[in-house]
Ligand binder design. Structure first.
Ligand code: ADP
Ligand code: MN
Length: 516
């Protein structure tokens, strides 16, 4: 198991609190405990050691047994509950072992084998210790998705003329029903009817189907209970473990709750711990952005990362889960660039796989409002506008970035100024669609401030030129867009011919500046 990347509490911090010494992931205590005979005989000590052992053996059980919040204090679990859960887990393991034996028996030497994977009681996460390489979240092959049942053709009949057979034909239907029993869950005993010319009437089949489904739902519920056993429904066990490590290492004090649940990420609030690690002081309040490890929502974002040359070589080699980690990584790098340029944005604390910890914009667990949700005085509105114009220029020129999702949804109003967030999709301007993304950003910003009554607000085309330093003269949207695309194409052609990008764009007939 890999380490958290943050050291446990400093050795000179005095005796570590009880929960920390029991932490199965924490670094081993450096102080050697000398103990007297009284200690050895102490019931208290015995109990503690017992708990320690239990926790080491069943870390997940501790996780599941806890209340809604992950804190350092409430890890202590009463032994009765623990015992019950240990027994249950033992039972589940036995059940799975039996399942595996049956699976083996059924498959024998057959070339085509069926898998009982979905019906195991112990979640793959709990039983797999080899960590990363088991990709049960890989949606290219989703082990949790049932195969599509074979059905009658849509038109409902086959054949021609008087030889027509409809889907209602009794014999065909009966055979089909028998075959369809194969789609029932494996633990559902259907006998060896499938191998014989058995014809099930629709009525019998439907009754069986109903029963099989309710069995299936029962089994699904079991899995669901395991996966969703904390209050944070969106967090899968692997993520929970990562969060636990952060709390147990002392980096975070408490994870208090969820700030936002989006399609691609879930954001939590946490109080920073006191372990200053890697020369970094942990901010008093942190935001934890968990990139969702179910791929589906990320598919449509391929274009942002696939064409980003920084990630190009890696893209093709990666499995889907690694691609999601790359989003988190991208957000981290982009935030760091912005931080270095002095743009107000969250400060990166640490990145662990698909979990990014950063400073919290807001106070006392209340996140700063999005620009779309605050009502600003016309004076503040104007101030915000000029600040954003400035930030967009800095982002483009100093950070060599285009936000690519800039709008009143991703700007927070805090401390009398605008903070930029959500930069996992940000790209460099020379990205094949970089200028189009910039134009879209400009359109959002212009429209927001023009509607907001800022008379000075440039229109989207003026703003685009002001940010990029380009001088596109088209006076209507369509032509402007066309020129942008022409520039992008020119850059791509250059890449094709020279194997590298232009360092900047230039539209006024001068030869483009190359980055030699
Ligand atoms: P998404 O891709 O889901 O839009 P965001 O990075 O925009 O992800 O985060 C979603 C929401 O979480 C934001 O709109 C904001 O309200 C909140 N949030 C994100 N990061 C922070 C932060 N560092 N401090 C405070 N709130 C944050
Ligand atoms: Mn957002």
């Amino acid at each position: 198991m890999d380490s958290v990347g943050v050291a446990a509490a400093a050795p000179d911090a005095g005796p570590s609190p009880a929960w920390q010494s029991k932490c199965p992931w924490g670094a081993p205590s450096t102080t050697s405990i000398s103990c007297s005979l009284a200690d050895v005989m102490s019931e208290q000590l015995a109990k503690e050691l017992q708990l320690e052992e239990e926790n080491a053996a069943f870390p997940e059980v501790v996780a599941a047994a806890e209340g809604p919040f992950i804190t350092g204090e409430n890890v202590d679990t009463s032994s009765d509950l623990m015992l019950a859960q240990m027994l249950q887990m033992e039972f589940d393991r036995e059940y799975d072992a039996q399942l595996r034996r049956e699976e083996k028996k059924i498959n024998g030497d057959s070339k085509v084998s069926i898998s009982f994977e979905n019906y195991r009681k112990v979640h793959p996460y709990d039983s797999d210790s080899s960590e990363d390489e088991v990709d049960w979240q890989d949606t290219r092959h989703d082990p949790y998705r049932a195969d599509k049942p074979t059905t009658t053709p849509r038109r409902g009949f086959i054949g021609k003329g008087k030889d027509i057979t409809t889907k209602h034909d009794e014999v065909v239907c009966g055979r089909k029903n028998t075959a369809r029993m194969e789609n029932f869950a494996p633990e559902f005993q259907v006998g060896d009817g499938i191998g014989m010319d058995l014809k099930l009437s629709n009525q019998v089949f439907n009754a069986l189907k109903q029963h099989a489904y309710s069995e299936e739902r029962r089994s699904a519920r079991l899995h669901e209970k395991k996966e969703h056993s904390t209050a944070e429904k969106a967090v899968d066990p692997k993520t929970r473990l990562l969060l636990y490590k952060m709390v147990n290492s002392g980096m975070l004090e408490t994870i208090t709750g969820c700030i936002s649940t989006g399609k691609e990420s879930v954001v939590f609030h946490a109080y920073g711990g006191n372990s200053a690690t890697e020369d970094k002081v942990i901010p008093p309040e942190c935001a934890i952005k968990v990139f969702k490890t179910t791929l589906n929502e990320f598919k449509n974002r391929d274009k942002y990362i696939k064409d980003d040359y920084r990630f190009k070589d890696r893209f093709s080699k990666l499995n889907p889960r690694k691609i999601i980690r790359m989003w988190a990584e991208k957000e981290m790098h982009n935030l760091t660039r912005m931080q270095n340029a002095g743009i107000p944005c969250p400060q990166v604390v640490i990145l662990k796989k698909h979990v990014l910890v950063m400073s919290f914009i807001g106070q006392d667990q209340v996140p700063a409002p999005k620009l779309k949700d605050v009502t600003l005085s016309s004076e503040d509105m104007k101030k915000a506008y000029y600040q954003i114009l400035n930030m967009m220029q800095q982002l483009y020129r100093e950070c060599n970035l285009v936000h690519a999702d800039l709008s009143e949804y991703n700007m927070l109003w805090h401390d009398g100024k605008v903070w930029l967030i959500d930069v996992s999709q940000s790209v460099e301007p020379t990205h094949p669609h970089g200028l189009e993304f910039l134009f879209r950003d400009c359109r959002n910003v212009s429209q927001f401030f023009q509607k907001g009554g800022v008379a000075e607000a440039l229109n989207e085309r003026e703003l685009f030129n002001a940010v990029s330093g380009l001088n596109i003269t088209a006076d209507n949207e369509v032509d402007f867009q066309a020129e942008i695309e022409a520039l992008e194409k020119m850059n791509e052609d250059h890449v094709q011919n020279h194997g590298k990008k232009l360092s900047t764009f230039s539209s006024d007939g001068d030869p483009p500046i190359y980055d030699e």
